[in-house]
Structure formats: C-alpha cells, structure tokens
Design a binder for this molecule. Structure first.
Ligand code: MOS
Length: 743
C-alpha cells in the first residue's frame, strides 16, 4: 500500500491539542449550563442513618439536591418510568452498579447525593453542607485475609475459568527443576490525565450527552435503557478523550446521575469527576494473588505450568482479572493448569485496565520463568527460546503469524543482552548495583464489527465519519491516512470525524481493537467512493481518461491518472463538477469473520530493561528499556511508537510505583490523588527504545493489522523486576517493588 499508511506521520489533531482548540468533554459550553457536584461516602459497608440536605438546598444558587429519596421512580419519574428500578442499575458486561438506589453504602466513594447549582463554586459549597451519617461495622478490603472465601466465576471473558491440558501434578513431581511461588500485584487506578466528565442536555425527550468515554454507542445503550426510551432519543458525543486505559469503557454512576440531574432541573448539567472520586466509583484494576508452579527438564524444557489466580471483585458485581489468559498459549508445554478465582470485598467493582489479565499475569508468569531460568542455570532468553511455541497448544490452533523469535533476537541485539554478566548482585556502577532483565509480551489481536462513511465533496475534499474514539492513540490520524490513500487525496484534504453516535457504529475503543476494526471499513468505503469516481471519469467524454478500463486508472494526491501515461490526468473535483455531482458517498460495514476459529491471533514482543539500585536507600532507577514488537501491519510509525512507549512507561508504574492503598477498617482509599498515588513521571522514565519487527499477517484480517494499544505494558514490569533481581539477588514477589520491600 503506497501512500500514507505505514509512514511516520504526526498527528492530524496535534495542533488543535497543543493550542487548546481541541474541546474535551469538560470544555463544552452550552447556554444555561449548570454544575453538579457529588457527595460520596467516606467508608464502605454501611447504611445511611442520617442525610441532611436542607442546608444545601437553601444555599445560594442551588437548583437541586438529589439523593436516593428523590432520585427513585416517582422522584424523577420520566427518567425511570418505563423500567422502574432499572434506573438504579446501569448494565455493564456481566456487571451492575447502583446509582442513588437506596440507603446502603457498598463501597467508599459511592455517590450518595448530587448537588446542582448555577456555578461550580456554589455547587461545591452546597455539597459541603450535606450532612451524611453512616453506620457500619467492619469491612473486608484485604484480599490476603479472605482467600478462604474464594469462588469460581465460572467463565472469564466467555472462556472457562479453568483450563489446561495433561497431568500437571505428576509432571511437577518428576521435573528436574521446579519453581513454586506466589506473586501478588496491587490494585491500580487508571488515572488518565483527563478526568471523567459528562454534560447532559435535554431537548424535550431527546438527550444529548457529552461524555468522556471510550464507547459512545455503549453509553447510548445504557442511557437509552435507563431512560426507557428508544436508542434514537439519546445522542452521545465524545470528540477528544484525554486518556482512558479502560476506565472510560463503561458508563460509571456519574453518567446516569448527570442525565437525571439535567432532567430534574430542566437545564443542561455538567459534572466533572474529581480526581479523588476517580479512586471511588470508577472501576480499577483489582489486586491479584497468583500461585505459579513451573517444572522443567534438565535442559530447561518446560514440563508443567500451573497458574492459579485469585483477584478481588465487589459485592455488587463481578469482574475477573484474567491473569492466566495467555499462560496456556505462550510457551510449549505438555501439562498446563490455569484457574481463576474471585473474592468479594467491600469495594467498587473492578474493571479492565490496560491489558487486563496479561499485564498483572505477566508480572507473575514472566518473573516465575526468570526464577526457573536461574534455578536451571539457563539464560532467561535462552529459556524462552527453548520453550518457543510454534502453535497455540492451548487452543490447538496455528498462529495467524508469530514473529516473536525475531522480537527476541532484535531486542536482545539492540540491548546488548549477550554481554549480560551471569553473576547476580555483583555488578556495580560506582555505588549502585546494576541488573538486566527481560520478559515476553503478548496480547490478542481482536476485531469487532464497525461501519464507516466516506464522502468525497465537490471541492475535492473528503469527510470520514465513524463513531470510534481517539484516546490519544492516534485514531484521527490513522483513519485520515487510510482514507487519503483509498481516495487518492492528500491527507490535508481529508477530515475525519469520530466520537458521535450520529456517525455509523464503532465498537468500544478497547482491547487494542480500534485500528483493525475501524481502518478496514474506512479503507473499504474509501475504495467504494474511488470506484464511483473513476466510473464517472471514464464514461465522461470530456475527461482525458474517457474510455479507459477502470483498472487502468490510478488515484493519488487529488488526481486520477491513466496508468503508464501521466499526460492523461484529471482531478477529483473536475470529475465531480462535469458530472454535476455535489458528492459521492459510500458506507461500508464490516463483520468479524471466523478467523479466531481457524487461527490463534496475537501480537508479540520482547522487553528488556536495565536498572540501577542504590543498596543503601533501596531506590530503583530504570536506566534503559528496549522493546521489540511485532503487531502485524503498522499504520503509523509515530503514533504506534508512542502507544508502545506509553505501555512500557506504565510497566514502570506497575513494577515500582502504582498501588491503591485502602484503610483496612473502613475501606476508604488513602492515596486517592496524584500526590499519593505514584505514576511514573519524566524523572522515572529512561531512554526507551521501540523496535518494530516486520510481521506480515495474511490471516488475521484483510489488512493484516493486529493492534498495539496494550501490548507495550505486557512484560515491561516483569523485565524491570527481573533486572532488580539480577542487580540485587533479592527476589521480591509483591508488586509494586517499593523501597520498604527492597531494604
Ligand atoms: Mo482497554 S483496558 O481495553 O481500554
């Protein structure tokens, strides 16, 4: 595919973003807009024994105070009439949450009341006047203390919670080298730069919702159900999203609450979620405990893998962190057992966070493999190559493509892995201990159905419309490239519009599926328009292309040209003008095929990290990272690099910094701010190199795209943790690896 696709191209929305012209949800201005502020519980597991709203109601500028008492059917009747109490339950995949439903408080940070006022300041002041009294006993928020309450979720993301093959126990008994270890990973909060925000505006029965979301059609579905009206009466708009990482994949309680408030006061209402509240009623990555048992023969060949994962969920919903999702696939091994279990705790329901499953799963599996490598006296990279899987032994399917070996080789070469000292805890630069570690990355290549509309206009410019999202990922740019190539236009003449349910359907911008799901329909619709244009030209006696067969006409940079004869050329706008056409338009809908029944489809990578550890202070510094990735066709080298690098940076957070800390008595988050919850900042992030490993995949989908959104985080933390072991000789199994654990 000559043209723009595959090149390094800066973001088409970059200028708008750096100049502030890009309007995020909270930037939206509407006439008569008023402001909502939430009052939330400061403890879990209790009951409201008092809720005084009178002072707030009487405060200056206050338009309404809504609680479970007046937000229920009858209180906000038209919002709830059709489905009754359904308003209290927003449906999410396999889950439910409660919105101002009753006097029960299930988790700390649960919305209890919403105050609506003329200004944000007045709403805030009034919210501070709401008096909440809560009675409750002990709560359970510590996974380690309730492991005996674990249960099977039955299914995890439509797959059985338990899977495997062979005879693991017998194989473990007979193994020459064994590792039997427990890893834990902390609960994490997504913390995108842009907080969640919703603006709800009614025009009669029609609700327009501006929402910071990864899935406008999903929000529309939830709100439509809650409103008890047909989906046609809700429009959801989300033009720019400032990061999400899974946290904006679902409609959390503030969304219906804002709609309810707007309905109640008869004016548009804006609710911007406060950072501290993003640790409350927004889902999070759950804490996990993972028991790994590995067995290998003398030569390092794996004979058994057991991966038993337990993660936390809530009392009101079920979310399972699928930590063992890739375990049965990643290495060749005859005997494998994977289980997933849940423990209910008094928290909000967890949710997906960047590479759910693979990210925390790889922290355990890839570190345990490192332990096996040391136990067997085999280089960690050599161990991976020894156990390289040439087909998916879990699903018993061939891979659609797998350039992982090339990732190992190219990453290792770039990093200089062959110069790695074998000894542990010995290598110093000055006072500091130095270590190197590596790990494997993988993430499934997925795709969902989507529809794109492409319109060529009289002036020779084009418009692309599809209801997908750009989470900072580069979607605007790659779809513009794709359409420009399909139509034969300069990129500057293509405008891409996304994030609006007035546009054709696109799936949730999650699961690393947007590039594949949305590029293909844009490509197809663009080519359909190109065919229409060429048909007009060749039947037009006034066109220099008249009479040519359609397949002898090329389109590029705004021109149609006879193949092999550059003198016979026409322009897009001239063809339209002579034909008297204002525009040419096409829509293309894709449906995913059955490729996943015939092939196992994954993206791959090899992660390498160097750390320096201060032996007195226990400070770990990541000094170098190299990631080599194979993700099928890469659409834009610039935005793809940023995606992968961003994932690797999050790997630093998972390994060393990120941890939601809860008060064990009342369940409240103690570090619910960017001051208390550590994410990697510039000073924590070293030189990061991203290597793109060529990988042509003719099976995964028509354009060979696999997706890169999540791949970069997988294995990155494990490579760092393995480097910490190499530096210090101390194997730490409780993430994050903070100073207190190292000393
Ligand atoms: Mo992602 S966790 O699928 O946004």
């Amino acid at each position: 595919m000559a043209g723009y696709v595959g090149k390094a191209i800066t973001r088409v929305d970059g200028r708008a973003k750096v100049t502030g012209a890009a309007a995020y949800t909270a930037d939206t201005q509407l006439p008569g807009l008023c402001h909502a502020v939430l009052v939330t519980s400061d403890r879990a597991g209790g009951r409201l024994t008092g809720l005084e709203t009178q002072a707030a109601e009487q405060a200056p500028g206050v338009l309404a105070v809504l609680t479970y008492r007046n937000a229920r059917p009858g209180g906000v009747a038209t919002l709830t009439n059709a489905l009754g109490k359904f308003f209290a339950r927003a449906v999410m995949p396999g889950d439910a949450f409660l919105v101002l439903a009753d006097d029960q408080v299930r988790y700390a940070g649960q919305p209890i009341a919403v105050v609506v006022a003329e200004t944000l300041e007045k709403a805030r002041w009034a919210a501070s006047l709401v008096e909440v009294r809560l009675a409750g006993g002990d709560v359970e928020v510590e996974l380690a203390k309730h492991l005996d309450e674990q249960f099977s979720p039955g299914k995890v993301q439509d797959e059985p919670a338990d899977s495997g093959r062979g005879e693991v126990e017998a194989a473990l008994r007979a193994a020459a080298h064994k590792v039997d270890v427990v890893y834990t990973t902390a609960a994490q909060a997504h913390n995108p730069m842009e907080p969640h925000a919703t603006i709800a505006a009614f025009d009669g029965a029609k609700l327009t919702l501006y929402d910071a979301t990864q899935y406008v059609y999903g929000v529309k579905q939830v709100l439509s159900a809650q409103l008890g009206k047909l989906p046609g009466s809700v429009r959801v708009i989300s033009r720019f999203v400032g990061g999400a990482f899974g946290s904006k994949g679902l409609a959390w309680p503030h969304v219906p609450v804002t709609a309810m408030a707007a309905q109640h006061v008869g004016r548009p209402v804006k609710l911007v979620v406060e950072r501290r509240h993003m640790f409350g009623f927004i889902g999070f990555r759950p804490e996990t405990r993972q028991h790994l048992q590995l067995g290998a023969a003398k030569d390092g060949k794996l004979v058994a893998i057991a991966h038993h994962g337990v993660s936390q969920t809530s009392r009101i919903g079920e979310w399972t962190e699928p930590v063992g999702k890739s375990t049965g696939m990643l290495y060749s091994c005859p005997n494998v057992a994977v289980t997933h279990r849940l423990v209910r705790l008094d928290t909000q329901t967890p949710t997906f966070q960047r590479a759910p499953g693979e990210a925390p799963g790889s922290l355990a599996l890839e570190c345990a493999l490192d332990e096996l490598a040391y136990a067997a006296g085999i280089d960690p990279l050599e161990l991976r190559l020894t156990n390289y899987a040439s087909r998916d032994e879990g699903k018993d399917l061939p891979f659609s493509s797998k350039a992982l070996r090339a990732c190992y080789v190219q990453g290792a070469e770039r990093f200089g892995w062959d110069k790695r000292p074998k000894s542990v805890g010995q290598w110093r630069v000055g006072h500091r201990l130095v270590g190197w570690g590596m790990a494997t990355a993988t993430y499934p290549a997925m795709r969902s159905g989507a529809t794109a509309r492409v319109r060529l206009q009289a002036d020779g410019s084009a418009l692309v419309q599809i209801a997908t999202h750009d989470l900072g990922t580069g979607t605007y740019t790659i779809l513009t490239q794709m359409a420009a190539d399909a139509l034969g236009l300069p990129m500057g003449r293509v405008r891409t519009e996304i994030g609006d349910t007035d546009y054709p359907y696109a799936p949730v911008a999650g699961g690393s599926q947007s590039a594949a799901s949305c590029s293909i329909p844009v490509h197809e619709a663009g080519h359909a328009v190109r065919r229409q244009l060429i048909a007009l030209a060749i039947k037009d006696p006034a066109s220099p292309l008249h009479g040519l067969p359609a397949d002898q006409v090329d389109a590029a940079e705004g021109h149609l040209t006879a193949r092999g004869d550059a003198t016979r050329t026409d322009t897009h706008e001239a063809v339209l003008a002579r034909a008297g056409r204002k525009e040419l338009e096409a829509e293309h809908e894709t449906k995913p095929d059955d490729v996943d029944k015939r092939f196992s489809c994954h993206a791959w990578g090899a992660q390498f990290a160097e750390v320096q550890v201060d032996p007195d202070l226990g400070m770990v510094r990541v000094t170098r990272m190299v990631g080599a990735f194979a993700g099928g066709r890469v659409l834009n080298l610039t935005t793809a690099r940023s995606q992968l690098m961003g994932g690797m940076v999050m790997g630093i957070g998972a390994a060393l910094l990120e941890e939601v800390v809860r008060d064990p008595l009342q369940g409240r988050v103690l570090n619910g701010s960017l001051e208390g919850y550590m994410v990697p900042v510039n000073a924590d992030v070293p030189e990061i190199e991203v290597i793109f490993v060529a990988e042509a995949d003719e099976h995964v989908n028509p354009l060979g795209i696999k997706g890169l959104g999540e791949l970069g985080i997988v294995g990155a933390g494990a490579a760092i943790a393995n480097a910490v072991f190499h530096a210090t000789g101390k194997r730490m199994r409780d993430f994050p690896l903070t100073v207190d654990k190292l000393l």
